[in-house]
Design a protein around this ligand. Structure first.
Ligand code: OGA
Ligand code: MN
Length: 283
């Protein structure tokens, strides 16, 4: 197995391993690299759904994003192959994912990991980008670190979608039926590595003790500072690529493309630890 760091503070490309037949020994090396690099890119795997699910289950229990399915399509095509209606909640949330975020922070327990595999990708655009929130926290000046250390923000999909001009139907899909909007610290201590990380993203709003305007401008400033080189990289997908990332310490976003072109990805999401990834407000 070859693990080649990407030219950024996060990310590595892993070759010389078959994710469809991953051994326990290989998994130990992958897991170690994952904690170091936070995002691992596996080109040309053409991973089977069962193997992608099994890879997620090596990390932890899976979230069920769509009723009983362990893997879900992140796709602008419906099951019958027709284009998803651009007015639908589904399409609008795909568009929303072009904003920096970390998965499931609007749910009672935010996600541990996500694994995305590319099935069909557009020729131009449609990359995914990741940003290193460990390095971002470290790069903040000390007074900012101290100022935000005790701050917490609410995380809501209604909030983030409203910001991109979309009012989803309540209960329409995953994340749109929770009653209790979780409150999460801006500085998260990674439960495995112990590293402090900046825990923000598009769902975050309403920092306690600040006005809405102050909160929004602080979150915008932090995001703009955090999500720039050397803390970011983009992956230009080829069909068959697999990427796994650690939602506890990186932000990610999709990049735009020609929406008339199919873009079909398969997503497996690993649930967070119900203690370390729970909100801090009583519910
Ligand atoms: C996701 C996500 C980005 C992309 O799967 O959680 O945000 O590029 N995907 O599809
Ligand atoms: Mn996402």
């Amino acid at each position: 197995m070859n693990i080649n760091p990407i030219n950024a503070t996060l990310g590595a490309t892993v070759t010389g391993v078959d994710l469809n037949a991953l051994t326990d020994d290989q998994w130990r090396s992958v897991e170690e690299a994952w904690y170091q690099y936070a995002v691992l890119v596996f080109p040309g795997q053409h991973i089977e759904e069962t193997a992608q699910v099994a890879l997620g289950e090596r990390i932890g229990n899976l979230e069920r994003l769509v009723s009983d399915h362990k893997a879900v399509p992140i796709s602008n095509r419906r099951a019958d192959g027709k284009a998803v209606d651009e007015d639908s909640d589904h399409f609008q949330i795909l568009k929303g994912n072009e904003g920096w975020h970390t998965d499931s922070t609007y749910m009672p327990v935010s996600a541990r990991a996500s694994i995305l595999s590319a099935q069909v990708v557009p020729a131009e655009g449609g990359e995914t980008e990741w940003a290193d929130m460990r390095a971002a926290f470290d790069a903040l000046d000390q007074s900012t670190q101290e100022r935000i250390r005790d701050m917490a923000a609410y995380h809501s999909l209604f909030y983030s979608q409203a910001k991109v001009g979309h009012k989803p139907q309540k209960g329409a899909s995953y994340g749109l039926d929770d009653q209790n909007i979780p409150l999460r610290p801006l500085v998260k201590i990674h439960p495995v590595t112990g590293c402090p990380t900046l825990f923000i993203g598009r769902h975050a709003h309403g920092i306690s003790g600040l006005s809405d305007a102050e909160s929004e401008s602080l979150l915008e400033e932090l995001t703009a500072f955090a999500c720039q080189p050397p803390r970011v990289f983009a992956h230009k997908w080829q069909s068959g690529d697999v990427v796994m990332w650690d939602n506890r310490c990186v932000l990610h976003r999709a990049r735009p493309y020609d929406y008339s072109q199919p873009r079909i990805m398969r997503h497996v999401r690993v649930a967070g630890d119900p203690i370390s990834e729970a909100g801090i407000n009583p519910s």
